[in-house]
Design a binder for this molecule. Sequence first.
Ligand SMILES: C[S@@+](CC[C@H](N)C(=O)[O-])C[C@H]1O[C@@H](n2cnc3c(N)ncnc32)[C@H](O)[C@@H]1O
Length: 324
Amino acid sequence: MNDPVSPAEALRKLLDGLPPRQAAQAVDRLIANYRGATPTDAPILRDRADVAAYAAYRMPATFEAVRSALEAFADAVPEWTPGSHTDVGGGTGAATWAVAATWDGERPVTVLDWAEPALALGQEIAAANPALKEARWQRARIGASLTLDDTDLVTVSYVLNELPAPDRAALVDAAASAAQAVVIVEPGTPDGYARIIEARDRLIAAGFHIAAPCPHSAACPIVPGTDWCHFSARVSRSSLHRQVKGGSLPYEDEKFSYVAAARFPVTPAPSRVVRRPQIRKGQVLLDLCEAEERLDRTTVTKRHGDLYKAARDADWGDAWPPAT
Ligand SMILES: C[S@@+](CC[C@H](N)C(=O)[O-])C[C@H]1O[C@@H](n2cnc3c(N)ncnc32)[C@H](O)[C@@H]1O
């Protein structure tokens, strides 16, 4: 039976039909393209082999990254469920799977992308997920003339890095005017973080409240160029993945940066763990981004009792202290 929560099983079935050598070659070409100068004037995902390679090689990772971001967002808006969802630059639909995994129920879903083969494959994969069966897969070009129909939630996952600066701004503004909530995810690199901060500033200027990862909607306390805010999501590796990338680990860690914001009131985390906690004998060191608009390291020791137990369980990206 298909697991409706993750695209991995649906993908495996679909890719079983693809000769491994052809799939590996398509992945190699895709990696080379993504290493080249982006943004591009035409879709990188040109045909089914490109898209199948993308789906096999990247979609499980983008799905897990978006799911982590959405979980943090959902914690900050516990009363809210999106009544509709638009995924811009949605490709094969990783974010639609992540939204369906975060909030039960069905809702109108629209996926917009300029790459027809990506939309076609996305629709095929989504047939395995009852929540996505009615999704509309539409061609659209992101640019100055982009307008979006009103919707509750807009997701923009791993797209800003493919756009020139004016199109990034146009996309964030279009999302802000159409949606009640906007979630944007980028690779967890210094550049990805810089694009997230740029988008965050635009969302705040449009009247949005930051729900996650930040504990506040004031300026980010990171001094530009000294560090970058990013998180990590664990991704199971498919056999194709292992074949292409080598290595024997059954998983890898996808690093991502994100911002989640809403027009309506939100309850952000009191503070957030922004690095992997360091567990020492009898103590845990937590690097926190705090509501007081600063970064701080706190040491939780055995003397803190239950809080110490919670600190030992705390993970990079978690809210701190945990909700009781
Ligand atoms: C790296 S993929 C991300 C796909 C999907 N959102 C995910 O998270 O897996 C980037 C997507 O943005 C789309 N894209 C890039 N530039 C675009 C543009 N100007 N207009 C529409 N779609 C665009 C690409 O076709 C591709 O599907």
